[in-house]
Design a protein around this ligand. Structure first.
Ligand code: R2B
Ligand code: URA
Length: 287
């Protein structure tokens, strides 16, 4: 493994390195980051990833590849991008200069697996002062956090880094084609009934009940809903990594449930959070 003499301190103290909260990792000679097809024994993670400063997660592999190309060209930091996780079809991991672009699939369980392996990756690589973003999609308009470990419910607060979201919000510009708002995100375990939709294979509620619920959550500050933010912010907090979620709305749920099939429009919309985060990266890294 790649732990160095004296490096153990980094397990408990912060000098900009990611803290690992699992000292047992020290005894693993060759840690296989199985779902991203990298390992400490076979890959020189320091050389490959040591300069990473920002990790952006998003659901789809092709979108995250496009984002990596966008960063590579926009900041002239790389001639090409490469999927380091090509050895598996589970997730994709692209790198463009100091930015890692990672797909996470749908839902918290899928996100949390790749999140853990990426935290280990940036630890093994010795990265410093890393910030995480989820750039994704959501439906526009506080739930209990919790996960099960050894059969017991474990609660972890899904705290957001308020400085970071304010900095990100400040990256919006009047001329933007899109409006950027700060708000509370409702995180659901399902896209259809779990988000009150009426166009799934099943539906046991009426339009009026749905609209009442949407109004109720809107009154509590909810501006959008998606499927990973709760796990993402809780894991960032647990890993002591500043993180923020920035999603584009694909539909106004007060108007309807269906998502347009205009692929060109959908693709354009999905660049909006990327544009915002790219501005943050430019300011932060002085690119
Ligand atoms: C947004 O979009 C996906 C569902 O279509 C899900 O990953 C999410 O959070
Ligand atoms: N993703 C979601 O989870 N919900 C939406 O309405 C749109 C995208």
């Amino acid at each position: 493994a790649v732990f160095e003499e004296g490096k153990e301190d980094a397990l408990h103290t912060s000098n900009g390195h990611v803290k690992l909260h699992n000292a047992r990792l020290k005894s693993i000679q060759d840690d296989h980051l199985y779902h991203i097809a990298l390992s400490t024994g076979s890959d020189d993670l320091r050389r490959l990833f040591g300069d990473v400063k920002v990790v952006c997660f998003g659901g789809q592999a092709t979108r995250m590849e496009k984002f990596a190309w966008f960063i590579a060209r926009e900041f002239d930091v790389s001639d090409t991008v490469h999927n380091f996780a090509a050895g598996t079809d589970r997730y994709a991991v692209y790198k463009a200069g100091p930015v890692l672009s990672v797909s996470h699939g749908i839902g918290i369980p899928s996100l949390s697996i790749v999140f853990q392996e990426i935290v280990k990756l940036i630890y093994y690589a010795g990265c410093e002062n890393v910030t995480f973003f989820r750039i994704g999609t959501c439906g526009g308009i506080g739930l209990e956090p919790g996960t099960y470990i050894l059969g017991r419910a474990v609660e972890r607060p899904a705290k957001v880094d308020s400085d970071l979201i304010r900095q990100l919000h400040a990256c919006s510009q009047n001329e933007d084609k899109f409006k950027t708002v700060l708000g509370t995100t409702l995180c659901a375990d399902d896209f259809y009934e779990g988000q009150g939709r009426m166009d799934g294979a099943f539906c046991e509620h009426e339009e009026e009940e749905k609209l009442l619920w949407l109004r109720e959550i809107a009154d509590r500050g909810v501006t959008n809903m998606e499927m990973e933010s709760l796990g993402f912010t809780a894991l960032c907090d647990r890993a002591n990594i500043p993180g923020a979620v920035c999603c584009v709305t694909l539909v106004d749920r007060c108007e309807g449930d269906g998502i347009t099939n205009n692929l060109q429009l959908l693709q354009e919309w999905q660049t909006y959070p990327q544009i915002l985060v790219a501005r943050y990266i430019r300011n932060r890294l002085d690119l």
